[in-house]
Design a protein. Structure first.
Length: 490
């Protein structure tokens, strides 16, 4: 494998959407949500996806034109996520961008020579006496005639303007160039010229590209590796040959099925995606694609799939393929273990002794489970006194009483990171279930309700509610008795 010029780990970019009276953000638009990728030196990574999936925001966040909400960005092995603006300014010439609109990204008040050379002058790429010759040389390499030096952007066609944008980016001798749909606004013949120009310049100078596009035929021509994005997340990535010959994710398959074939005798099996793209402000729980996927399973609605490598360099995030991840395995073991509890007789007697008002508003026992940072977190209802002996037994990863308001009903927290923690979690569940009046050896039936996580910060998980059946029957019994008494009085 060649040297990585760029590596992105779990990068996030959330834009605040709604704030409360005190200015605290209540909801976010998750434009880029936990994306990891890398670009090798001298190679091109293509990013494809529907409009609005976060491709452009990803590119701008990598360049820190948008400040990342979370994650890490490594450029040439150095973490640039949180470096100062002064330090970032020094490496700016090495990371450039070609914007999508070749007209609005060019100042109408500046001639071409000044547009291309402004950053060259600021960063002192060449001595003053060599400045004009250097700019003219860059223009020639990008297919621009030297007499364009004094002309203004409005005097050029769309293809020529895009060449000016390319010249402006490449004049700084960058090592990485992010191309944000640089040919989408051009006709087909001009597209071919620009793409060939980019490939020739890469061959001559060893540039690395991130090429953002929604046109798969363009990506196939220019890219070495391809990544597919959906609703802010990367769903599949790998070498171009493997992605085009063997797409794994249902979303990637749907994208490829939409590519027209220039042979009228070939019939494509078009995959039609039903419904609209969900809002990034309120993405679906679990796998974001499950609302439009024909192969959706129950686990897809609950757990976000891990981005696994299934063959060398080929990554996919889908439950259709073996996940083989410890966190997911532990989650499923605990979910199955939570089934089978029943209410004790003491619990039943306690419920029968409640007043009508308390009985009608009875709170069922809730257990919350999430997969966060590749660890399972459990939240159970209990008191500090319930876990004193438990913590004395398990000192390595003790249970904690938390005071977060949103977890006020389930204040005992425990993390599961390994096999030992899994056994301890079962003991903790038994301890707190028993303290709340539920045992697997009891005989009084209860109802179980599993729903996907209701917490916007922890979208990969579920909520278990346990409610004794005696509650509904006792409420009905009391209503019937009250109605009978009312009729007797009448």
């Amino acid at each position: 494998m060649a040297k990585k010029i760029l590596e992105v780990k779990n990068i996030k970019k959330y834009f605040p959407l709604q704030t409360n009276f005190f200015g605290k953000t209540q909801s976010w638009v998750r434009a880029v949500d936990d994306v990891s990728l890398y670009i090798e030196e001298g190679k091109t990574l293509g990013i494809v996806g529907e409009s609005g999936c976060g491709k452009t925001t990803l590119g701008r966040t990598i360049l820190r034109l948008h400040e990342p909400t979370g994650g890490h960005i490594y450029f040439d092995g150095k973490d640039i996520t949180n470096i100062s603006k002064k330090s970032l300014r020094k490496i700016r010439p090495q990371m450039q961008i070609i914007f999508q609109d070749p007209y609005s990204s060019l100042s109408p008040r500046m001639p071409v020579g000044e547009i291309i050379g402004e950053a060259v002058r600021v960063h002192k790429i060449v001595p003053k006496e060599e400045y004009k010759d250097y700019i003219l040389d860059v223009m020639k390499k990008c297919g621009l005639q030297t007499h364009y030096f004094e002309r203004y952007p409005h005097e050029f066609s769309g293809g020529q303007r895009q060449r000016i944008c390319i010249a402006r980016a490449l004049a700084l001798n960058p090592r990485l160039v992010i191309c944000d749909e640089p040919v989408s606004a051009l006709d087909v013949s001009i597209q071919a010229q620009i793409i060939n120009l980019l490939k020739d310049l890469q061959k001559d100078f060893g540039f690395s590209y991130m090429f953002i596009s929604h046109d798969l035929s363009v990506e196939e021509h220019i890219s070495d590796n391809v990544g597919g994005m959906y609703l802010g997340s990367l769903v599949e990535s790998g070498p171009k040959e493997k992605i085009f010959s063997n797409p794994m994710h249902p979303y990637t398959k749907a994208l490829f099925s939409a590519v027209p074939v220039p042979d009228p005798n070939v019939k494509m099996k078009r995959i039609i995606l039903k419904g609209d793209i969900p809002s990034p402000a309120n993405p679906p729980k679990g796998c974001k694609f499950h609302t439009r996927c024909k192969e959706c399973m129950d686990i897809c609605k609950e757990i976000t799939p891990f981005f696994n490598e299934y063959e060398p360099g080929h990554f996919c995030a889908c439950h259709l393929y073996a996940q083989n991840h410890e966190a997911l395995n532990n989650y499923m073991v605990l979910k199955n273990y939570l089934s089978g509890y029943k209410a004790t007789q003491e619990k039943i007697d306690q419920i029968k002794s409640l007043t009508d008002k308390k009985l009608s508003s009875y709170d069922s026992l809730m257990v919350k489970m999430f997969i966060i940072d590749e660890k399972v977190e459990i939240y159970l209802k209990g008191r500090a006194s319930d876990i004193t002996e438990f913590n004395a037994k398990y000192l390595v990863n003790s249970a904690k009483v938390i005071k977060e308001r949103k977890f006020s009903r389930v204040p005992i927290k425990f993390k599961v990171e390994n096999e030992g923690d899994l056994s301890a979690a079962k003991d903790l569940i038994d301890t707190l279930m028993s303290a709340n009046g539920y045992l697997k050896t009891a005989t009084n039936e209860v109802t179980y309700t599993f729903t996907s996580s209701d917490d916007n910060e922890r979208r990969s998980g579920s909520v278990l509610s346990i409610k004794p059946l005696i509650i509904d029957s006792e409420i009905n019994k009391r209503k019937e008795a009250a109605e009978a008494l009312k009729e007797k009085k009448v």
